[in-house]
Design a protein around this ligand. Sequence first.
Ligand code: ATP
Length: 370
Amino acid sequence: MMEIDNKKFQKRLSFLEKENAQLKNQVSNFKDLLSNLKKRPLIIGSVERVLEDKRVIVTHAPGNRIILPPNKLMGPLAGDQVTLHPQSYQILEILSRKIRGHVASMELIEIPNATFQDIGGLDAQIQAIREVIELPLLHPELFEQIGIDPPSGALLSGPPGTGKTLLAKAIANSTNARFIHLVGSDLVQKFIGEGSRMVREVFTLAKENTPAIIFIDEIDAIAVKRTSEVYKGDREVQRTFMQLLSELDGFANTENIMFLAATNRVDVLDPAILRPGRFDRIIKFILPNEEARLMILKIHSRKMNLKNINFKELAKKTEGFSGAHIKALVTEAGIKALRKRESFIEQSNFNEALAEIIDKEHSVKDYIYT
Ligand code: ATP
């Protein structure tokens, strides 16, 4: 009897101990919350300029600039992002150095593994990009000999999913260049000076990692035509764009860095970016024709276990498909076979996948146009 009671007590004790630990944890969380509520939030600013006498000009809201006495402790530099005391506006910490290179989705790929063999039906585009990129990166001396400036990059324009990013990666691979990839819309920022600081960071990163290819997808997000009606947000976009132009002009003579940009809307681009010396070379991409679709189908199903597939017929039936659609078709056919626990992919799997994709495309179009 005694023994049973003892066990009961032990159980109760361990239960209470657990509950106690949980409550302590909750109390400490509430304490943190309370102390955070008592603290005043800090202001985020951006250092615009450090004057000769070491005083610092800081912008902390659109149009609000302040000048601070020298700050030897922090040693702020132009372009730094800083936190400011809410009353005295003293710089408390430098954020930007800690989060350098934080452009949201910027990625640096050592050497991408895409090759020209992975691309179907873009022979003319491959040749054009090789002329623009390979020669200046691999043989800059040829340009020096002849006495002309090498081209600094090219603009890839065409519908979504037609292989622009793929081709940019393949050219980085063939020239052993590092590939810095970012999306234009990530450069559109709310705070003054933030977008242009990101642009500077991208180019600094490239200079530290030569040979490099900078690839900005959706360039139209920052390089839209300048209109007379300038809103506050647009002004920041323009500032970012101007920084991009000045970096482009500045690095025109820097060896070993090439610049590629992609857009689906070349018609909305600001003519300034298309000026000779900047993007005077536009490489156009179109939806693949039947022959190209056949090649892309074969490329993406290279490693698959196939049984009697009529690729020619599939190429015919995929009129209007982009390369990305074709890749999706091949993957979907594989999934269909997998679901049926088959060890190979048959024509029927492709047919089912094709019907599904066409159906989905139609419903998306209906949704957009109705
Ligand atoms: P977006 O304008 O939407 O950024 P994009 O033109 O950059 O599109 P990619 O990202 O290069 O398109 O293509 C998406 C995928 O589609 C690629 O990863 C590739 O697998 C496939 N693809 C597209 N075009 C081709 C092609 N010509 N040959 C082989 N694969 C292709």
